[in-house]
Design a protein around this ligand. Structure first.
Ligand SMILES: C[S@@+](CC[C@H](N)C(=O)[O-])C[C@H]1O[C@@H](n2cnc3c(N)ncnc32)[C@H](O)[C@@H]1O
Length: 186
């Protein structure tokens, strides 16, 4: 395996170590993961229960990593998340995603709100701030990297929709790709 994949595997484990205790105390019984924007599976492959991997395209590296980290209780759904029907998921469900790029993070948040599903995501490749705020005077205040601000807007949306919100940072990953937004419906 390449060093890039080994690093991605490590990130998946660190992410789950931070998120699992929070989900465990929320669910109090078994639950599945839907790993969205799953790519090579470096998050869900380390989850003991059933995992639905969702990505527009399954990379070949998924099967390489699977050989090193064997797992049988999963389904890889090669589809856009907007077309993924959560009614096909059996049992209690949570949404996770490492490096959910651009608007995928917002799609996940919106679906979590409408379906009252817990989520834990690390957004990356943040869209432009003007997709969220249409006031020039505010936009001018954030001429540099707006990632933190956009993530605050995302957290606020969860709070306004009656979610409990947590924020965690993975120190070993460079910002802005290291911030976990966790939301639990009340
Ligand atoms: C930055 S990669 C992260 C992959 C993996 N989670 C990781 O950490 O290595 C983002 C992934 O999201 C997928 N993706 C982006 N938008 C998507 C959408 N709307 N539905 C499904 N997959 C999507 C891309 O195909 C890509 O594999």
């Amino acid at each position: 395996m390449t060093s890039k994949i080994i690093k991605a595997n490590q990130n998946g484990k660190i992410f789950l170590d931070l998120v699992k205790p929070i989900f465990d105390s929320y669910f109090c019984s078994d639950y599945n993961l839907v790993d969205i924007g799953a790519g090579n599976g470096c998050c869900g492959l380390f989850w003991p229960n059933f995992v639905y991997f969702v990505d527009r395209r399954k990379p070949n590296t998924f099967d390489d990593i699977l050989q090193v980290n064997p797992k049988t209780n999963f389904k890889y759904c090669e589809t856009d998340f907007v077309d993924f029907d959560t009614r096909s998921v059996e049992g209690k469900t949570s949404f996770v995603g490492i490096h959910t790029c651009r608007n995928l993070a917002d799609l996940i948040i919106d679906r979590a709100i409408s379906e009252r599903t817990p989520l834990a995501i690390i957004p990356c490749c943040h869209p432009s701030l003007n997709e969220y705020i249409h006031d020039d005077s505010v936009q001018n205040l954030f001429s540099g990297n707006c990632a933190v601000y956009i993530d605050r807007i995302r957290q606020k949306k969860l709070l306004e929709n009656n979610f409990e919100v947590y924020y965690r940072i993975i120190e070993s990953i460079n910002p802005p790709k290291n911030r976990i937004i966790i939301g639990l419906p009340k």
